[in-house]
Design a protein around this ligand. Sequence first.
Ligand SMILES: *Cc1c(COP(=O)(O)O)cnc(C)c1O
Length: 493
Amino acid sequence: MIQYKSTRGSQNMKNGAQAIIKGIAEDKGLYVPDTFPKLQAAIEDLLDCDYRQVAAAVLPQFLTDYTEEELAHCINSAYDAKFEAEEVVPVVKANNAWFIELYHGKTAAFKDMALSILPYLLTTAMKKEKEESKIVILTATSGDTGKAALEGFADVPNTEIIVFFPDAGVSQVQKQQMVTQEGANTHVFGITGNFDDAQTGVKKIFGNAEYAEVLAKMGCKLSSANSINIGRLVPQVAYYVWSYVQLVKQGALKAGEPMNVVVPTGNFGNILAAYYAKQMGIPVNKFICASNENKVLTDFINTGIYDISGREFHVTNSPSMDILISSNLERLLFHLSGNDGDEVKKLMESLDKNKKYEVSDKIKEGLKEFYGGFADETETKEAIGKLYKENNYLMDTHTAVAYKVYQDYRTQTGDETPTVIASTASAYKFAEAVCDAVGLPKFRNGFDAISALNAFTGVKVPKGLQNLETKKVLHTGVVDKEQLWDAVKGSLE
Ligand SMILES: *Cc1c(COP(=O)(O)O)cnc(C)c1O
């Protein structure tokens, strides 16, 4: 039986369903499993499984309070024909790496992997726990989570979904995807600030007892679709198990031999899921954490010091990674500290007050499993252009950050362990930068860039991005970063 507890020391245990409904713990910590379950199936037995079957070997190990039928229903409803790739997640070799293509869902980014199943996990949890309040999903987004959460929760009974995005910090395509969202329970706002402002604002609402009371009077309760919700992390573990199995199947590895994992990282959710896969028994040699110019994680992995004081926030061509306060790192700190909630609490308080912290030697030792590197915007574009020209493989800007950092890693270490790269978005989502990278003219309009990139490469435009330009804008609100609560209240009244 896996139970969930807070990273900040509160001893209040929750089962999976309760942790998913709550999203974040009362002491503002994040829910983590009290022990790591082991994969029960042998790799050899997974070789002939499809994606759903592999997911069904992973999710029940973490969500032990759900029945197998309940989870099968969630998995089969989520990973169906709405994914445009038959395998759901193709694992494709190009040059010296295998790309785990996580972006074939409805919104063309990897967030669909978790957010197409989270609504099913949550509504099942509400039934199991006889939850009678309406659940209000409050979400801060750097561009991709917002749309994936809106698609997942649109018109789901007994839920409302409210999304805040940085008005000047997302791509034109990302913005259009969100502001055209249909569904009577959807609410979308730009904020005058960056992603960290949105995330901090949302976390403040979660931590406010007075607001909770106001909401309770309205019959509402908050939950989160951000990767602070354990219900987002657990489904992500499945695709690392899946990609390991595919490498064995393709003959790149023998079962038991290690792989490296490279992840373009923002909030540390995706790479943490890879770490969880290792704890389940998947052999991983190095976790390669790739950042853009907002390289707070690179510096942290190299020094053990997390420092955002005096750091400038860069708006880059990989906007979904423009983040300085990386929420899920808190979970890694907890695990590496030997489950020391008091230590984590102190570190997080120090981050709040002093804008920095330094971890213990024990945690630094654990960080040696990680390699941190970063790529700037020019290097990112060069990587896209080169891989396309030489290998005819098209990457988006985020994936390109990971690819470039992986090449640096290989050069520095000579490590030739077979390596998977989390490919997190369709190139069409960031078509302006990708056009420029492959030698097309510089388009200012994202939709012109999509057409030009399609004409040039012949790569299919994902369904969700077709005809997006002419869709009706339904959400026009922009709110001050200090006024998120008013927008929440207004949306529910
Ligand atoms: C969200 C996102 C990331 C960062 O993932 P984290 O789990 O926040 O580290 C990277 N690339 C794309 C395209 C994303 O949408």
